[in-house]
Design a binder for this molecule. Structure first.
Ligand SMILES: Nc1ncnc2c1ncn2[C@@H]1O[C@H](COP(=O)(O)OP(=O)(O)O)[C@@H](O)[C@H]1O
Ligand SMILES: [Mg+2]
Length: 401
């Protein structure tokens, strides 16, 4: 019988309760199945294997939004968005959400803040009984690619409300004086229907300010925004997003009751992102940690992009879906990456052996020598030698110098 040895190892690992050994053996079986063309069987197995990770990440519970939180008619798919009367351009897009939207990944604190808002929006009556109002407006700010837009979509999906998204630069008309009218039309539309209003890329407002001739226009625009935000207060939920916190007019800033900073992911969030974005490849935790080590300071979007590049490289070069295959591919990709990458990434790109010496000597990274072996394909004695040689030290000086 084909693959019997692997099946035997799987049963052994399962009986011993060693989850990591089990994952490793299943990965071995998957690789063999794929190699001999049993793609359908491998895919079926993958669906089983990925179950644990996906249960955590996907299909969050729906939240029943309180009636009083969003008034208005049901927004159906055949309602047309409002348009700029001069140019005919649409003032917003309307998204009805998808059922399988993944939960954004961030630090525990941000996650709890977002969950807290969802709880407020579904327990409006309880809040009112103790004389407090639910938060109705949320400002998300932080660097590009950190998951702000994704978060707004996620909130809308959890509340089962359509998302009406306006880009401020789309509202700013080239025709003087029309911008304020566009803003009013947009808010009228959002207030008429049960929806979440998203003002994405809010910083475009600040761009106007650089243009001295537009001073009058920007005052009108800001005033019109403030009025409309106040007017919307009783009608529904509003989310605004900006990359540049300081560029925003302080009066506009203050209008938002909750302000959440979404920054670059920390180490734990980075590892969860890598695990998710590498799917359907199931990387061992040690491999995930090594990739994460090379991606410090990266945004979620950067991490997603690198994982996609990694998968492309693996697929096109016939690399194995295991630690060593991922390690080799990571090195190859980083060698093509721009020089502003962090030190671990630059070291792996320049000299994988020096990199192994680096991680073997980095106690904070917390990888055992056996784990380094699994993740890189280097033998134990080679790793010991490299660790002792401190091969990374010379290269480190070179990079710093
Ligand atoms: N915190 C995150 N959780 C999950 N995915 C993320 C996260 N941050 C970024 N991404 C990925 O990067 C892409 C860009 O994120 P986006 O929300 O558009 O960033 P921005 O903060 O610039 O609005 C998304 O499509 C998503 O796949
Ligand atoms: Mg965005």
């Amino acid at each position: 019988m084909e693959h019997f040895a692997v099946i035997q190892s799987i049963v052994r690992a399962a009986r011993s309760g060693d989850r990591r050994a089990l994952d490793r053996q299943v990965a071995r079986l998957l690789e063999r199945l794929e190699k001999d063309g049993s793609v359908k069987e491998a895919a079926a197995l993958r669906r089983l294997g990925g179950l644990d990770a996906e249960v955590q990440d996907l299909a969050p519970s729906r939240v029943e939004v309180s009636r009083a939180m969003v008034s208005g008619e049901a927004l159906s798919r055949d309602v047309n968005p409002p348009i700029d009367r001069e140019t005919g351009a649409q003032l917003c897009t309307i998204d009805f959400g998808s059922a399988d939207l993944a939960v954004p990944i961030y630090s525990e604190m941000i996650g709890e803040t977002i969950e807290g808002l969802l709880r407020e929006w579904s327990n409006e009556e309880a809040l009112r009984r103790v004389g407090v109002e639910p938060t109705r407006s949320l400002l998300l700010y932080g660097p590009p690619g950190s998951g702000k837009t994704v978060t707004a979509h996620y909130i809308a999906a959890r509340l089962q409300l359509p998302l009406v998204t306006a880009r401020i630069d789309g509202l700013i008309s080239s025709f003087l004086g029309t911008t304020a009218r566009n803003i009013a039309n947009l808010f009228d539309f959002a207030n008429r229907y049960a929806c979440i209003l998203l003002l994405d890329e809010f910083d475009a407002l600040a761009k106007l300010r650089d243009d001295a001739q537009e001073i009058g226009e920007i005052k009108r625009v800001v005033n019109s925004l403030l009025q409309n935000l106040d007017r919307r207060r009783e009608r529904g939920i509003t989310i605004a997003i900006t990359n540049h916190d300081r560029l925003l007019d302080p009066a506009v800033w203050r209008r938002f009751e909750a302000q959440v900073h979404i920054g670059e992911p920390g180490a734990a969030a980075r590892e969860r992102m890598i695990t998710r974005f590498l799917q359907p490849i199931q990387a061992e935790p040690s491999t995930v940690r090594i990739i994460s080590y090379c991606l410090a300071d990266s945004s979620g979007a950067d991490i997603e992009r690198l994982c996609a590049t990694l998968k492309r490289h693996i697929a096109l070069n016939g690399e194995a879906h295991d630690g060593p295959g991922l390690f080799r591919s990571l090195g190859a990709i980083l060698a093509r990456a721009p020089a502003q990458a962090g030190i671990p990434a630059r070291m792996l790109a320049a000299d994988p052996e020096a990199f192994v010496s680096l991680i073997a000597n980095d106690v904070d990274l917390g990888l055992k020598q056996t784990e380094i072996g699994e993740a890189t394909g280097y033998g134990q004695s080679r790793i010991s030698d490299l660790k002792r040689s401190r091969k990374h030290a010379g290269l480190l000086e070179q990079i710093h110098g």
